[in-house]
Design a protein around this ligand. Structure first.
Ligand SMILES: *Cc1c(COP(=O)(O)O)cnc(C)c1O
Length: 332
């Protein structure tokens, strides 16, 4: 399904699947898929997408990677690391103002700078993704005019090419469960630009199409939305997953009824702290030494813990939290 697609080997795979059994009385059997440990430049979910995005970029003869994100974007940080590994220039379009002596670069920005990326600050708000995308397009045109052959990637690396990385991730997870003689009932993870979600759905549909998985046994895929766009149904995740299946050469379509986004955990806005996420971050740190951040994985985990609290699953169910990473934001 994936062999005909260009791929740059950037991530340390497979990531561990940790069995944490039953941390709550009457709750489900819980597992953590450690995609915070993908390796590349501090790790996180974007490494999987970047394998296919960068494969495509190198095949296209690109000399630079351009992408965009919020000031503390993990995707930008990992794009910086990927460019360093591949000998390309990285240009990152970020919200907010450039750091200065009073407010030096921290967290993801510090790491992106260390990887040698060139930072382009727009001064705009972190949640104004439209403005950021316009700035990325303008910069891409500039770099092309300078002969830098840019490969330009939208926010979060969320194109069908990038999402293939999460179809691979789905298959990898199912193989790990098979080795345990078990199967998952639900996968829960943080969603913001939708590529992880679309890729997981595409992977599930691909395994159903090839007869490796029966539809009745396929796990539910539950996104915890932490950005306003995904919570309002943008992008259309079923269409996005179908475009990913097209790239994989699979004619099956995703049933829009299988697209589940739980929009209750975002709080006031993208990147605004919530008490539930702060509590989830503490729970993760004190239970397993797991690092979650207040923008992404902490909110995603707060959604999972909330669903468990609501009695969504019983002790016979296997539920996986896909830990998408994000720890550098703890230092910002
Ligand atoms: C980008 C990101 C997400 C969301 O993934 P999408 O594919 O953009 O929906 C979740 N967690 C972390 C830590 C991220 O950096």
């Amino acid at each position: 399904m994936f062999d005909h697609l260009e791929r740059a080997r950037l991530a340390t795979l497979p990531t561990p699947l940790e069995d944490i059994a039953h941390p709550f009385a009457d709750g489900p059997h819980l597992w953590i898929k450690r995609d915070d440990l993908t390796g590349l430049g501090g790790g996180g979910n974007k490494a999987r997408k970047l394998e296919f995005l960068c494969g495509d970029a190198v095949a296209a003869g690109a000399r630079s990677l351009v992408t965009v994100g919020a000031a503390q974007s993990n995707h930008c940080r990992m794009t910086g690391a990927a460019a360093a590994r591949l000998g390309l220039e990285a240009h990152l379009v970020l919200s907010g103002d450039a750091p200065d002596e009073r407010r030096p670069a921290k967290g993801n920005q510090l790491l992106s700078t260390m990887f040698g990326a060139q930072m382009h600050y727009t001064g705009s708000a972190a949640s104004h993704w439209g403005e950021l995308e316009i700035a990325r397009e303008a910069l891409t045109d500039d770099l092309a005019a300078q002969g830098l052959v840019p490969y330009s990637v939208p926010i979060g690396g969320s194109t069908a090419v990038g999402a293939v990385g999460y179809a691979v991730g789905f298959v990898e997870l199912m193989e790990q469960f098979e080795a345990h003689g078990s199967r998952p009932d639900a996968l829960v993870f943080t969603s913001s630009s939708g590529g992880t979600h679309a890729g997981l759905l595409a992977g599930r549909q691909a395994m159903i199409a090839s007869g490796q998985l029966s539809a009745a046994d396929a796990p539910a895929i539950i996104a915890i939305g932490v950005a306003k766009g995904v919570n309002l149904g943008m992008p259309d995740i079923a269409e996005f997953a179908d475009a990913t299946l097209d790239l994989m050469g699979i004619a099956d379509r995703v049933d829009p009824a299988d697209v589940v986004v739980d929009a209750r955990w975002i709080g006031d806005d993208y990147a605004a702290r919530t008490d539930a996420a702060d509590a989830a971050i503490d729970w993760a740190a004190t239970t397993g030494g797991w690092l979650c951040d207040p923008v992404y994985s902490g909110k995603g985990l707060s959604g999972l813990l909330g669903l468990i609290d609501e009695g969504r699953w019983n002790s016979s169910h296997n539920v996986v939290f896909i830990h998408t990473g994000g720890w550098p934001a703890l230092f910002a």
